[in-house]
Design a protein around this ligand. Structure first.
Ligand code: AHM
Ligand code: MG
Length: 327
């Protein structure tokens, strides 16, 4: 039998601080429980919508609520977590005064795919909590570059977890029997250039001219440059970014002209874009708003949205050139 390294053994071997290790293991255990619930959702009546609309103005799925409860409960019992903030909660929740970390998460990304058997994900950002606790909003509004760790879990044909603590990005697969995450690839490297792009092109009419010109470029044949690109879009950010991390290319959810209230696109900075940016950058990729690095954006609100261009360095730099009007 080949030797296996589980998540806990990996973090120990990598000399990750003990308290940060506990928080990451808590996130992973939450992911195992969510994975279990997802597999049973069709049998236990956990599909469909609750009828509620969340703080983002989006219909809440039953599995959104369950996944959120699982993570809030897990971090509540962890002891090392001062605050949690979630896509599904209007306000952050204070857990333990003086604890070293705050955790921000999207409990079930792409949840509209649950009822139709598509892949979904969880995204987790871990940042240092300020010593004195501080005002709840101020304390959590940290740049992505200040994150202590970030991870995502992709619930697909297999459940996979990719994490970083700032020393590379590492891939783990869930063993469904032992329910351990087993190291599958250490020090992931995203291809410098890819052949795929992921975006909701049905909304192209609403994209700014600069973005439409970028798409035109990606679609224009050029054998030497490897164009046209192919589209792969699942409707789940985690799944699409995971594919791009492994195969190269670019995911974009740009700003658009459709809804003045959402002039910055759809995706949330603190618990979607920043943690994915940390993971992808640790694998040698890039993440940008089109104008600036995602990790350098100073948040002003918990549920702040930003345009996102993420993936291989070549394609993200190209997208920046279009969005900055250099091409
Ligand atoms: P969610 O967190 O409410 O699921 O929203 C985020 C999702 C992403 O996973 C996905 O890439 C995007 O929204 C899809 O949006 P659209 O339907 O506009 O393409
Ligand atoms: Mg999401």
């Amino acid at each position: 039998m080949t030797s296996r390294t589980d998540l806990s053994g990996f973090l120990k071997g990598a000399s990750v601080q003990v308290d940060l290790t506990r928080v990451l293991l808590t996130a992973a255990r939450g992911g195992v429980r969510i994975s279990r619930e997802l597999r049973r959702a069709g049998l236990s009546g956990e599909t469909g919508a609750t009828g509620d609309i969340n703080v983002q103005g989006e219909a809440v799925k039953k599995m959104d609520v369950i996944a959120n409860q699982i993570l809030v409960e897990a971090f509540s019992m962890a002891g090392d977590v001062a605050w949690v903030a979630s896509e599904e909660m209007e306000e952050p929740l204070a857990l333990r005064s003086g604890a070293p970390y705050s955790v921000l998460f999207d409990p079930l990304d792409g949840s509209s795919s649950v009822d139709t058997g598509g892949s979904v994900g969880s995204i987790v950002s871990i940042q240092r909590a300020p010593h004195a606790g501080g005002d709840r909003r101020e304390a959590l509004l940290q740049r992505g570059s200040a994150q202590s760790a970030a991870c995502y879990i992709n619930y697909g044909p297999a459940t996979t977890l990719v994490l970083t603590t700032g020393s590379g990005a590492h891939l783990f697969c869930l063993d469904p029997e032992s329910e351990d995450f087993i190291l599958s690839a250490q020090g992931l490297r995203i291809p410098e250039k890819g052949k795929l792009y992921a975006t909701n092109e049905g909304q192209r009419t609403y994209y700014h001219l600069s973005t439409r010109r970028l798409l035109d470029f990606l679609q224009t044949p050029d054998r030497v440059d490897g164009r046209p690109y192919s589209t792969r879009y699942s409707g789940c950010l985690v799944t699409d970014v995971h594919r791009i991390l492994l195969e190269g290319g670019i995911y974009l959810y740009p700003a658009d002209t459709r809804d003045p209230k959402k002039a910055h696109g759809k995706l949330r900075l603190l618990y979607e874009c920043a943690p994915l940016a940390m993971v992808v950058e640790q694998a040698g990729g890039k993440a940008s708003t089109g104008l600036a690095p995602i990790l350098e954006v100073q948040p002003t609100e918990i549920h702040q949205r930003v345009p996102l261009y993420i993936g291989s360095p070549r394609e993200v730099s190209l997208a920046e050139e279009f969005e900055m009007g250099k091409r």
